[in-house]
Design a binder for this molecule. Structure first.
Ligand SMILES: [Ca+2]
Ligand SMILES: [Ca+2]
Ligand SMILES: [Ca+2]
Length: 806
């Protein structure tokens, strides 16, 4: 079928191939149209880096060949040699997807040679583009003489209507259905060198920036509005909550015209997104961990879904273990020196797979969730997917026995013993365990029925419906019979967020400062972008989790309001600009160097794509009674004339300061503005203005500077003669509204007063034991509290000269 379509395509492009022939033969003079930004789109066209970026065309399953480097080069040290060709299309290929554009003209050059002794005296070769499916177009042709390098040299224009999302260039001999009947004529070896395709530079990748306000001011769900994140796993360490998430933004590709992305493709995802917060409303974006894929921490894995993390002291060192699903087939773990890395792989193969004892019949060996018990014993919960077909349909539906519990050994990167069945009713995926008051809670997501689960079946009374979060309570982390089932703790998210928000879910539970919290996902940001027609891009949410006196869980209600802010935000320090409660129109990107706030091991991001009218905001910032004197931003100007307005409470609230981003364009610099009238607790909006249509600047971090706190005091000093000796007297009146400590210090002695009442004086007359003293100074040190903050004010007072007699 594909071959037939392919043959038809050949016919339509015969004329173009002829033009190519004429160009190659030199009948047409004059250079191809040259554009200012012309670029060679081919990587390693001279094969001087061996076969890097080249592979054998595999557009049809019958295509196949051996590709190797040869020193018989047209130029340089290397060329490519293709042998053992199984079809006429079996030849060297390079992927130009995303580089070539419809309607553009390109100049193609290449050198080709064949020399098989039994081959024909001359042979035609094609340069061909595979546009995906059965669509092939011959671009250029050349007829080579045996044993001599021939040259492709001509232009081709990609038709304006051609879809180019797949565009793979390869070299071949003219098509015939059964080349094996005359391999000397059709399947000869050939060599290739000096390939170039020159034309318009590749288009910039379409913007992924989310332009809508995805998290509405005042609301706390979804946690972030500038990117997606699914399967969130909440983890508490050192006073912060970290959320590790499947990077749903990785394959998000909104059409530049319609703004609508194709539906999510989990196969695109090999990164884990990390955010953290100390207050559960203002979240810091720590970017993505490149977990899997050729450049990943664990390159022997291809995907990184549904992370779970825990920490343990191993060989005296606290380490962080991040587990993830390598697609549906296996699970793995990487090791962090901190919750933010750096990350390494202690394994060279997956942790959970078909040879894990007790997991052989688990269809999907994914969704690994770690749990370390109070006694230090670690466990891993994993698994899901269709149940064994050997089960009766009703059992297959209600008790699929598709999830497992297994012990980890002390290394945390290997299992020990045999996995035990978790008999969670209607189970599908997303197992997770936490412990409360000596009992273990296993939660999970239920399946959606259908043929994989026994066809048309009904859940047993009390069992979950599709896509709900159920839970079990057990006294033993390895024992989960169906009798431990305790109910549904969260219905499907579409019950709360409406049309377009259904689908799968994945939960976790964490305890933070005495309260329990429940994490789940919902495509609410996707819904704010596209309305009720969502494409499956999920966002993290958190709700508080409450328990009944008997330890059962009160069913969670999903809301946009989310959870209360745990504490006010402290502005008097350097904090990352990629921290915000709400935002509009911005994106973030990782930059070289470490985080000013989180230290050398932590990645650093900057806020980018800042246009006129964009903003970021912080929730409940506490400036204290005395307030802030100034704000400083580390910025990189990208155009002249950018400004940052600091506003209170809303994006259109009063401007309390304006930062002129007047640093040299392209260089990082600190810019500061004085602030006026900023005290107490406020939401803070940084609103960005400047020339329209250009990126204004990037921001790395912020800091606010507190107004200097002083204790008010009135000080005097005098000298007089008493009984033939000079006495120096120092007095300090407490003008503060609360008692203060005062010390009076002179060269002739010191005296301290512990608690001087408001309006009262500290006074001491020091005997100098001299008949005459020169002028000098006395020091008055006042200690007290202003707005709950300890303050010391030091004043120096002039002490006049004094003399007796004379
Ligand atoms: Ca070469
Ligand atoms: Ca923007
Ligand atoms: Ca930063």
């Amino acid at each position: 079928m594909e071959q037939r379509r392919r043959r038809a395509t050949r016919g339509r492009v015969a004329a173009l191939a002829t033009v190519g022939l004429m160009l190659a033969a030199g009948f047409v003079t004059g250079a191809a149209p040259v554009q200012a930004a012309d670029t060679n789109l081919i990587v390693n066209g001279g094969f001087e880096d061996g076969l890097a970026s080249w592979f054998v065309n595999n557009g049809n399953s019958s295509d196949g060949a051996q590709l190797s480097a040869t020193s018989d080069a047209y130029s340089g040290a290397n060329a490519a040699l293709v042998t053992s060709r199984t079809t006429t299309g079996s030849g060297p290929m390079q992927d130009l997807s995303g580089k070539v554009q419809a309607g553009q003209a390109y100049t193609l050059t290449a050198r080709i040679k064949y020399e098989n002794a039994s081959g024909p005296a001359t042979k035609q070769f094609f340069a061909t583009m595979h546009y995906g499916g059965g669509t092939y177009t011959n671009l250029l042709s050349v007829t080579a003489t045996k044993g001599q390098w021939a040259q492709f040299n001509g232009t081709f224009t990609i038709p304006a209507g051609q879809a180019v999302s797949t565009a793979r260039l390869f070299f071949e001999t003219p098509w015939t259905a059964t080349p094996s009947t005359d391999p000397d004529l059709h399947l000869m070896d050939f060599k290739l060198d000096d390939v170039s395709v020159v034309g318009a530079a590749p288009p910039a990748p379409a913007s992924k920036t989310i332009e809508v306000v995805g998290k509405l001011p005042g609301e706390h769900n979804p946690l972030i509005g500038h990117k997606f994140g699914a399967d969130g796993f909440g983890f508490v360490h050192d006073g912060r909550v970290y959320m590790y998430m499947t990077n749903d933004t990785q394959g998000y590709a909104p059409n530049p015209t319609t703004g609508v992305s194709p539906g999510i493709n989990y196969g695109d995802i090999n990164q884990i997104t990390v955010i953290s917060s100390a207050d559960l409303v203002n979240w810091t974006d720590h970017g993505e961990i490149q977990v899997a894929g050729p450049n990943g921490v664990a390159p022997f894995t291809a995907n990184s879904w549904a992370p779970g993390i825990t920490k343990k002291v191993v060989n005296g060192q606290e380490k962080f273990f991040l587990y993830y699903a390598n697609g549906g087939g296996s699970s793995n773990v990487i090791t962090g020196a901190s919750p933010l890395g750096p990350w390494t792989s202690e394994r060279t193969s997956t942790l959970i797979n078909g040879s894990t004892p007790g997991a052989e019949t688990v269809a999907w060996k994914f969704d690994p969730a770690p749990f370390v018990d109070d006694d230090g014993q670690p466990y891993l919960y994993f698994g899901g997917g269709p149940a064994s077909t050997s089960m009766p349909p009703a059992e297959r539906f209600n008790n699929p026995k598709n999830i497992r519990a297994i012990e980890l050994d002390d290394t945390m990167v290997a299992t020990q013993g045999t996995a035990a069945v978790v008999d969670a009713p209607v189970a599908f995926e997303a197992g997770h365990v936490f412990k409360r008051e000596g009992r273990y809670y296993f939660s999970y997501s239920s399946h959606f029925g259908g043929n994989d689960f026994g066809g048309s079946q009904q859940p047993l009374p009390g069992y979950p419906g599709g896509g709900q979060i159920g839970y079990l309570i057990s006294d033993n982390p390895m024992s989960w019979p169906k009798e431990t089932y305790a109910g549904v703790l969260f219905p499907n998210q579409s019950q709360f967020f409406g049309a377009g928000t259904g689908g799968n879910n994945h939960q976790s539970v964490f305890e933070f400062e005495g309260k329990y919290y429940f994490t789940y996902h919902a495509p609410t940001l996707n819904k704010r972008i596209n309305g009720n027609t969502t494409q499956g891009y999920r966002s993290p949410h958190i709700q508080e989790l409450a328990f009944n006196p008997d330890g059962t869980i009160q069913q969670v209600v999903g809301t946009y309001a989310g959870v209360n802010q745990v504490r006010d935000f402290d502005p008097y320090r350097v904090f990352e600009a990629e921290t915000f409660g709400w935002s509009k129109g911005v994106a973030t990107t990782k930059v070289d160097g470490s985080s000013a706030q989180f230290g050398g091991a932590a990645p650093n991001l900057v806020v980018r794509d800042i246009d006129n009218g964009d903003w970021t905001a912080l929730s409940s910032v506490n400036f204290g009674d005395k307030g802030a004197r100034s704000v400083t931003a580390k910025v990189r100007a990208l155009s002249a004339g950018g400004q940052i307005q600091v506003r209170l409470d809303t994006a259109t609230g009063p401007v309390v300061g304006t930062v002129a981003v007047d640093a040299t364009v392209g260089q990082w610099a600190e810019v500061t503005a004085e602030l006026d009238g900023v005290s107490g607790v406020h939401d803070v909006y940084f609103t960005y203005t400047g020339p329209a249509g250009v990126d204004l600047f990037e921001i790395d971090n912020w800091s606010f500077q507190a107004a200097t706190l002083e204790l008010p005091v009135t000080v005097t000093a005098s000298a007089r003669c008493v009984g033939g000796k000079v006495y120096v007297a120092v007095q300090a009146r407490n003008d503060h509204d609360a008692p203060v400590g005062i010390s009076l210090e002179t060269p002739y002695g010191e005296r301290s007063f512990a608690a001087v009442a408001p309006g009262a004086n500290a006074y001491q007359s020091f005997n100098t034991r001299a008949v005459s003293v020169p002028a000098g100074s006395a020091t008055v040190r006042v200690t007290g509290a202003v707005g709950g903050q300890d303050v010391t004010t030091v004043r120096t007072v002039h002490q006049p000269a004094g003399t007796c007699g004379g």
